[in-house]
Design a protein around this ligand. Sequence first.
Ligand SMILES: Cc1cc2nc3c(=O)[nH]c(=O)nc-3n(C[C@H](O)[C@H](O)[C@H](O)COP(=O)(O)OP(=O)(O)OC[C@H]3O[C@@H](n4cnc5c(N)ncnc54)[C@H](O)[C@@H]3O)c2cc1C
Ligand SMILES: C[S@@+](CC[C@H](N)C(=O)[O-])C[C@H]1O[C@@H](n2cnc3c(N)ncnc32)[C@H](O)[C@@H]1O
Length: 603
Amino acid sequence: MPEPDAKITDGVLRSGTFGDIYFSAENGLAETRHVFIDGTNLENRIKSHAHLVIAETGFGTGLNFLAVLDLLEKSGSDCRIDYISFEAYPLDATTAFEARKPFAELHNNSAQLKEVWPERWACAHHRLFLQDRVHLHVHFSDALTAMKQLDFKADVWFLDGFSPSKNTELWSEELFLQIARLSAQNATISSFSVAALVKEGLTKAGFKIEKKKGFGKKREMLTARYNTISAAPRNLSSEKNVIIIGAGIAGASIAHGLRATNIPHIILEAADTIASGSSGNPAGLQTPQLMAAPHPSMQMSLACFSYARQLALTQNVVLDKGIISLHHPEKQGMRQKKMAGQEWPEDLVKAASAHQLTQNANLELQTEGFIQSAGQLIDPSKLTYQLLDKSEVKTGITITALSKKQGIWELRTSNGSIHTATDIVLAMGSALPQFLEQFSLPSLKLQVTSGQLSFLPSNTKLSTLECSLQYGGYVTPMIEGIQALGASFDLSGTMQLTKKAHLHNISLLPTELQKLLPDSLELTGRVSRRLASQDRGPLIGDWHDTIHLFSALGSRGLTNAPLLGLVLARKIANRPSGLDRDIMRIIDPHRFSIRATRTNYRR
Ligand SMILES: Cc1cc2nc3c(=O)[nH]c(=O)nc-3n(C[C@H](O)[C@H](O)[C@H](O)COP(=O)(O)OP(=O)(O)OC[C@H]3O[C@@H](n4cnc5c(N)ncnc54)[C@H](O)[C@@H]3O)c2cc1C
Ligand SMILES: C[S@@+](CC[C@H](N)C(=O)[O-])C[C@H]1O[C@@H](n2cnc3c(N)ncnc32)[C@H](O)[C@@H]1O
């Protein structure tokens, strides 16, 4: 992403790229309150709405966002807010924080924003604030490009580009048309600029504009209202409540998402404990799936990684930071070579020689590869428990009957209890195919594999490894007495721990590391199952009559589940999903039949 060339001079942040200031040199916060908060009548709207969507062009330092958090806190209102912003030249966390420092009354939230400030990766970044009541979506992208891919209905817009003469692309007619498309009926807009192109652009797009008194020395500012009949009224979901089946990372992530959208839910788990399936492994990697050519699945993976990584940090479940990804001569050599020649953010991918990798790993490595300093090793089981901490979970429950009466699902269970809900989420990992069959629900092609982790004893030479390595398989450093070696891929779906799988895990290791292990080795391990779809992508969304799938997380559940949990919860609540249309398409459980229909139609 392009850097903004921004510096604080005379107490105010200036952009060298645009030759303009980020906010008024007089008092940025007072300007925000006058132009954007008062200009859109936000205080009254926060007090009279259960949910608002606020959108902004130009996230900059995040000052406008913090002013909204401050307003919400002081208002005492229960309103929930989606704050959707766009930024093409992201500042770094420290510069943005320093620029906000004069506004001492915002300090607490400003410090939190600094803590969770997104990395400079070109994707959607999601963060939750104020006990999850405010959902920040920042799209690190050109605003117009990102808007074209999104579907939401904003109640309020803050137009806050640099001055129109210096930042034409943020005030273009095409952008105003997108803003109109993305506006709810009666949406209000505020802009510090009354330039002719802003007035004309907004009017042409269907807004009714009005001039108001500007801030400080500025004589005028602009407000506008969107009340054309073509604007769809926002249709929030009526009362919903959800039964989640399965308490692995998928169930925990959807519960986390439903809490953030204020939807009551309960989790029913067949086993006697939470995280009894693959989410119960003692360690797992969070890494994005990177590709040499742009693809929605990489965009999804980056957005998921940005959120999951931050969540793991704030939940204190990170066991180790940084991952080395060794080049794999046969399998991925071409992709890795291409990527090594491309420009990547250094914390995502940094090409390194075998010598450099040896130093990082503290063990001799003979292949070159990538250092992925943002990647991390986490404790999946602890994360699952913690995400379920504030939700009601019932363990040891088997569902015996499923029926629907007058729009409400009724589930009968093995212990005689009956649970009712408007919606059901199937988050049962590899048990999904049986469940669909047992209750005569529409089926789909799925692959169940078992995966065995091998745990190495503490006395091998591999125990001096200082960071996680990926190479087709993976090996972790020894942490809290556990060094994991993974992972087998067995199509039989066996749940037996086998010597064969241990040997397979060892055989995946680079030969120079295999030599560090003694010939006879006592290994323990853990077996669990994965579920994958036909195209290996996750299945997230409506499946059949308010039954939703949160499934097929394959080998990437620890990276993908947390954000996808927010996304599905938001779909159930009829709120903006926060992901591009192309991404929503590749996670839609119905994509296979949609693709098949299209192919047949073309024939
Ligand atoms: C060996 C191995 C290593 C892995 N390493 C990584 C890694 O490094 N990084 C990564 O991102 N991913 C990794 N994965 C994948 C990751 O673990 C999974 O994607 C993720 O755990 C799937 O979560 P889940 O909640 O969908 O399934 P699970 O964790 O299996 O949870 C499903 C839950 O549903 C319950 N359940 C099943 N049927 C019913 C029913 N009928 N009623 C009620 N409850 C039911 C189960 O008891 C279980 O608790 C690995 C997987 C394996 C097998
Ligand atoms: C005046 S500043 C915004 C100040 C910000 N609202 C705040 O609270 O600090 C304008 C912002 O728009 C961003 N910007 C400029 N062109 C853009 C584009 N095409 N797409 C998205 N953001 C853009 C700039 O990088 C800058 O951060």
